[in-house]
Design a protein around this ligand. Structure first.
Ligand SMILES: [Zn+2]
Length: 330
């Protein structure tokens, strides 16, 4: 299905409204700075805006058709009047901005309209920034610049002040979950990954990773055996061989934290918030056995373990102590 601005609006309602209003009134700014966290759809917004300006068959005057030659060329990065700049290695260099200016000084290939997107604009070198600044200071009526950044604080004030700023918001978890399920991701996995990241790309990667599905299983199995004498053996036998690196252990601890959050959700009557839906009977049983105070203490113990992990406490020692803390009556 071809997306419309209504789809963009699901994730970024304020930005979609501002841009569609400007398109309708033909009053676009010369330069936009789209800033916000990774995975909030910045690049898609920029491309969508380009298509809306160049599309030969706009629907209702604003929605790009996605099938005309211009839409297709923008999608594949081949439109002669739409340029996309990305860091070359670690930075965006002066030559890249100069090249853009040279291209733009030639008369329009298709029309006078020009559009350029600079991804990771914070990675411009000082020389590149100054080159761009000159470019922004002599705005051409028909040129639209869209700068994208995850780190607006690293950009020059002089550039920021030349742009209209559009701040993306983290996508709602429910929207992200629907999107993943729509892409064929197992709903049980989708519900968990959206708790760990706001980024659609990262969520997709985790959700399709067998290691992650196995992690979920191992964490829930640990919770099953937690109060039995074999729990320490389980740590040595299963946990440590699966969660080897520090980053991996962190995912394991986050998944463990979700387990206790689920128990708490059941205790306070918010069953619909439970993410481990396949083990809801076990969770309900656990909720009957423990006090709310004890669940909160166990969540605090997991957060403390995460801190110790980041302070380089050895993984096995940290986990063994954590398991003792998580056992009932401890
Ligand atoms: Zn089109």
């Amino acid at each position: 299905m071809n997306k419309t601005w209504d789809d963009i609006s699901l994730q970024q309602p304020i930005i979609a409204k501002m841009l569609t209003n400007s398109i309708k009134k033909n009053r676009l700014a010369h330069a936009y700075l789209v800033e916000g966290k990774k995975g909030t759809g910045k690049k898609e917004i920029a491309k969508f805006l380009a298509k809306s300006l160049f599309c030969k068959d706009l629907k209702d005057g604003i929605h790009p058709c996605h099938i005309c030659i211009n839409c297709k060329r923008i999608e594949s990065g081949n439109h002669p009047d739409v340029h996309f700049i990305e860091p070359d290695g670690l930075s965006i260099k002066k030559q890249q901005i100069q090249h853009l200016q040279e291209e733009f000084s030639k008369t329009g290939v298709e029309s006078k309209k020009k559009f350029y997107i600079i991804n990771h604009a914070d990675k411009m070198t000082i020389n590149a920034s100054n080159s761009l600044l000159k470019f922004l200071e002599e705005p051409n009526q028909e040129t639209t610049a869209v700068l994208l950044t995850e780190q607006v604080n690293k950009m020059l004030d002089t550039i920021i002040s030349r742009c209209q700023i559009l701040s993306t918001k983290a996508v709602q978890k429910s929207v992200l979950t629907e999107q993943l399920i729509g892409e064929g991701i197992n709903p049980l996995i989708a519900k968990v990954v959206v708790q760990l990241t706001n980024s659609i790309d990262e969520a997709q990667n985790l959700a399709q990773d067998d290691w992650f599905a196995e992690s979920r299983k191992i964490v829930l199995q640990l919770c099953e055996v937690l109060d039995s004498p074999s729990s320490l053996f389980y740590i040595q036998d299963k946990w440590l061989s699966h969660f080897k690196e520090r980053e991996q252990t962190e995912v394991g601890l986050d998944l463990l934290l979700l387990y206790y959050r689920d128990v708490l959700s059941i205790m306070i009557g918010e069953e619909e918030a439970v993410v481990y839906r396949d083990v809801i009977d076990h969770l309900k049983q656990r909720a009957l056995q423990v006090s709310r105070k004890s669940v909160v203490e166990k969540m605090a113990a997991i957060l403390e373990a995460k801190k110790r992990l980041n302070a380089n406490v050895q993984g096995q020692l940290m986990m063994e102590q954590l398991v003792l803390n998580l056992q009932e009556g401890s």
